[in-house]
Design a protein around this ligand. Structure first.
Ligand code: HEC
Length: 300
């Protein structure tokens, strides 16, 4: 009776977790989205690079079933579960993410996301790419961003310039700018979205406690905040020595404690070995003493 009750509770738990794991719904209009260009070998190669850099840590190598042990499981994207989905569905999932998968909206450009999909499709022999639909030609402004750090102001200055109708370049006012700092996983937004002033400039306060690399360098990038793509923009990337110097090894560096034994510091290996020897010596000594006592008692 108890056992049945337990089974019943267990089946409810598994049902609920299965249901909650399934609720990653892609809106219908997004499912129908197709790539703006025909996938090329170049795109696939670029997509592979992006995949290895951004996805492999969780999804493993394509076709090898060696994804990271996460809940819900990321799965191998070469398999049917992912491959039966439309390009639009995959694009949406990569763009929006779902905990623990990061959203790649601000990490990969749209072109990069499409090239990742081009790469994923190389593992599906049945895949035939739907006819590409180019995005509507934009009618908006063509904006280019530049980044600099102003030491006297202790601020990051983003300057937006735009291509004017007569072919000249002018400063672009009224452009919404987002600033990012590079972290292990993609980028972290710094501060609020700022709008450029009449001189095409937006000033960003920099958090004083932000860690940089061991020389204090922080990689910064600036983008135009424009979800509807009315502007074609060139983002800017730069590196400034304004972070706090941190000497922590990166997650991907080899000589780290959590890495394989070969890379562990020598003193840890020595301490560990020594304590193992001491503990075993103690155990052997106790066993030996017990045997000696037995022998003695038999003799008595
Ligand atoms: C931090 C770990 C992590 C990273 C990095 C990551 N993913 Fe995921 N991804 C997941 C998890 C976990 C799921 C499963 C989510 C679920 O089913 O609810 C998933 C699901 C997916 C799915 C849906 C698969 C399906 O079977 O429906 C796609 C497509 C996908 N990821 C693509 C990517 C791509 C492409 C990248 C790199 C640009 C990437 N992911 C990076 C963890 C990650």
């Amino acid at each position: 009776m108890r056992f049945k009750k337990l089974l019943f509770i267990l089946s409810i738990i598994s049902f609920v977790t299965r249901i909650s794991a399934q609720t990653w719904v892609v809106p219908d209009d997004q499912k129908a989205v197709v790539a703006p260009v025909k996938f090329t070998a170049d795109m696939q190669k670029q997509g592979e690079q992006q995949y290895l850099k951004n996805c492999q840590s969780c999804h493993g190598l394509m076709g090898k079933d060696n994804w990271a042990k996460l809940t819900p499981p990321p799965g191998d994207l070469s398999k049917e579960k992912a491959q039966v989905q439309t390009d639009g569905e995959l694009f949406y999932r990569i763009t929006a993410g779902k905990v623990p998968m990061p959203e790649f909206r601000n990490i990969l450009t749209e072109d990069d996301r499409w090239s990742v999909i081009a790469y994923l499709r190389t593992f599906n022999p049945k895949y035939i790419q739907p006819t590409p639909v180019a995005k509507a030609a934009f009618t908006g402004r063509i904006v280019t961003l530049a980044l600099e750090y102003s030491d006297p102001m202790k601020k990051i200055v983003v300057t937006a310039s735009e291509q004017l109708k007569d072919g000249q370049t002018g400063l672009a006012a009224g452009v919404e700018i987002m600033l990012f700092v590079k972290r292990y996983f993609g980028r972290m937004q710094v501060g609020e979205i700022k709008t450029t002033n009449a001189q095409g400039k937006a000033l960003f306060e920099f958090p004083a406690d932000l860690p940089g690399n061991k020389d204090g360098f922080v990689e910064i990038s600036a983008m135009v905040n424009d979800p509807k793509s009315v502007m074609k923009t060139t983002p800017a990337n730069a590196s400034f020595a304004i972070g706090i110097k941190t000497d922590k090894p990166g997650l991907t560096e080899t000589r780290a404690w959590w890495s394989t034994r070969d890379h562990a510091p020598i003193w840890i290996i020595l301490t560990y070995t020594l304590s193992v020897i001491i503990v075993w010596g103690f155990i052997i000594y106790i066993v030996y003493s017990i045997m000696k006592i037995k022998k003695l008692s038999r003799e008595v």
